[in-house]
Design a protein around this ligand. Structure first.
Ligand code: B12
Length: 211
């Protein structure tokens, strides 16, 4: 049985060792669901860290520590998620966080869940220039280019990405997300949108099916 509160507390307390240990246990137990562990345990934990920071209860060191714990949990779960994805790729996704933006937790969650649902994901990391998205999408014949932005100053790059994909005449959809973005913003720039990692999987499935 998964104790999702324990998973969430490990992140809120910024306990890297405990987060890694719990995630390793989940990864090693075929009876436990790693996607559920993320959705109901670890993700609510990092969201709570964000809330505590926004309300001034946490300072930068606690925020960074929570992010480190989250990354340790994700690193331990990722191989298991990849194994549950099956062998035949559903589609190819080139993923990254846009230039000037170093937030990678949400982006990596989207990548991990896409892999878990059978997508081939090339994760370009953070601070990715538009031209790198375009080059990799062209060379890898991507079905979807997926871009994360967590800052109001960097989300404008998502518009530049949509324009660059059109200019390069790439046959791929652009999927965007990240806390300051919205369905309305996506409509305005001409991209597809998902609010969360599970929703990103749903939208990606729809996009490849309709091709
Ligand atoms: C953790 C964090 C950090 C960590 C990042 C660690 C890391 N390795 O990622 C650190 C401490 C490094 C950091 C730095 C900064 N941060 Co910060 N950070 C956060 C925080 C608290 C949580 C972000 C997070 O990981 N959330 C958890 C994940 C799971 O949620 P998510 O990212 O939203 O992702 C989900 C969805 O959005 C969606 N999604 C995300 N990406 C994508 C992509 C696609 C394609 C799709 C479909 C969906 C999707 O799915 C995800 C999972 O469900 C947010 C607060 C917040 N409320 O978001 C501030 C926040 C984003 N940061 C903020 C700021 C200002 C900064 C700094 C400028 C602070 C500073 N003065 O130095 C720097 C910027 C550095 C840079 N150049 O990028 C502001 C941004 C304000 C704004 N509107 O622009 C926020 C909103 C905090 C605030 N209220 O002030 N930050």
């Amino acid at each position: 049985m998964l104790d999702t509160r324990m998973l969430s507390s490990a992140i809120v307390e910024g306990d890297v060792e405990q987060a890694r240990h719990l995630a390793e246990q989940i990864a090693a137990d075929p009876g436990l669901d790693p996607v559920m562990a993320l959705e109901q345990g670890f993700i609510p934990g990092i969201r709570e860290v964000g809330r505590l920071w926004q309300e001034g209860e946490y300072f930068l060191p606690e925020l960074v520590q929570g992010a480190e714990a989250m990354k340790a949990a994700m690193a331990a779960l990722t191989p298991r998620l990849a194994r549950s994805g099956g062998h035949k790729a559903r589609g190819k996704v080139v993923l990254g966080t846009v230039a000037g933006d170093l937030h990678d937790i949400g982006k990596s969650l989207v990548g991990a869940l896409l892999v878990a649902h059978g997508f081939e994901v090339e994760d370009l990391g953070v601070d990715v220039p538009v031209c790198a998205f375009i080059d990799r999408a062209r060379e890898g014949r991507a079905d979807i280019v997926a871009a994360s932005a967590l800052l109001t100053t960097t989300m404008v790059t998502q518009r530049a990405l949509v324009e660059a994909v059109a200019e390069a005449r790439l046959d791929c959809a652009v999927l965007i997300g990240g806390a300051p973005t919205s369905a309305r913003w996506a409509r305005e720039v001409g991209a597809h949108y998902a609010e969360s990692a599970p929703e990103a999987v749903e939208v990606a499935c729809r996009l490849v099916q309709s091709r």
